[in-house]
Design a protein around this ligand. Sequence first.
Ligand SMILES: C[S@@+](CC[C@H](N)C(=O)[O-])C[C@H]1O[C@@H](n2cnc3c(N)ncnc32)[C@H](O)[C@@H]1O
Length: 343
Amino acid sequence: MDFGAAHVTQMALGAWQAQVLYTLSELDVFELLSEKPLSAQEVARRTGAHPLAAEGLLNAGVALKLLTRDGDAYADTDLALRLLCEDSPESLARWVRVMGRWSRPWNGLTEVVRTGRPAEEREARLWQDPRYTADFVLGMHEYARRIADEVADHADLPPGARVTDVGGGAGTYAIALCRRHPDVSVRILELASVLPLAERTVAEAGLADRIDVTAGDYLTDPFGTDVSAVVLSNILHQESREAGESIVRRAHRALRPGGKLVVNGYFLDESRTRPLFTTLHNLSAFTLWGGGRSYTVGEAAALLRSAGFTEPVVHQVAQGASTVLVAEKAEGPEDQHPADRRE
Ligand SMILES: C[S@@+](CC[C@H](N)C(=O)[O-])C[C@H]1O[C@@H](n2cnc3c(N)ncnc32)[C@H](O)[C@@H]1O
């Protein structure tokens, strides 16, 4: 098969492969087989599945190198044990479950593109379903902890710095900042439904005395006063341009002179057609909840400058998997902006 046909075939069938991964994960097959090898009939009995369909799923899992089969007995491969079981320190299990959940709204992409309306309402679905919320927040943690130390190094904080981590999720970056910078303390501002998850992660890291988790709405609440640094990690892409401007202005107001704004995320290049992951991430924000838009580094730098920050220093993290912009508070409009409520 020529390259073009192979490329199209791989894309056309890619969803089938992904769906096998999602269904094995949703039925908890990786967890089940991590205890001991089982036959297809036993997997079907334990998961409430149809025996013949379960056998087909397990065989596809073997073909995808997620499972092995020895006679009748299926088992996890080393890769599945390492990456697809929740208790593994390298786990991506929750993140994969979230991708499985998002495959449903993604399946409605044609309708989303036709109508311009998102397929999933964030508020309506995500924060009202505790398992989904936990998978989303802890899934991001599974993913982000791989690069968090490198991001924290670029923040380059002085001893004793006080940091606000806006929409800090499970506390991945707050934990990394505290581990990399002595005497730093962090306040995570998060939605109330996420607080217990962040508190648990922070407690497990033994940092409850240095990381405070506060309920708040980053669209309206202030980010503190006289803080040394504000972290905006993977926040701006999911909000409208106006909300992003308001968030950056309130970060500026919260900082002491010379304080740092640390923006971490995925940025498009100037053509807006690369890197591939970010073009998909951009589309995903629109498909799932509308309004979001990925920035280029140039657009983000302009946004920061217009709020009174210096030109940001740009760092590529983990060979370009993420980008960190670090800017300092310079002169800027200190007056209350009419769009920034509650201040
Ligand atoms: C894409 S995640 C990023 C989490 C973390 N900063 C990271 O980089 O891994 C976005 C986070 O913003 C939080 N969030 C969403 N809307 C919010 C709001 N209005 N106020 C505060 N936090 C919010 C979510 O709960 C979620 O943890």
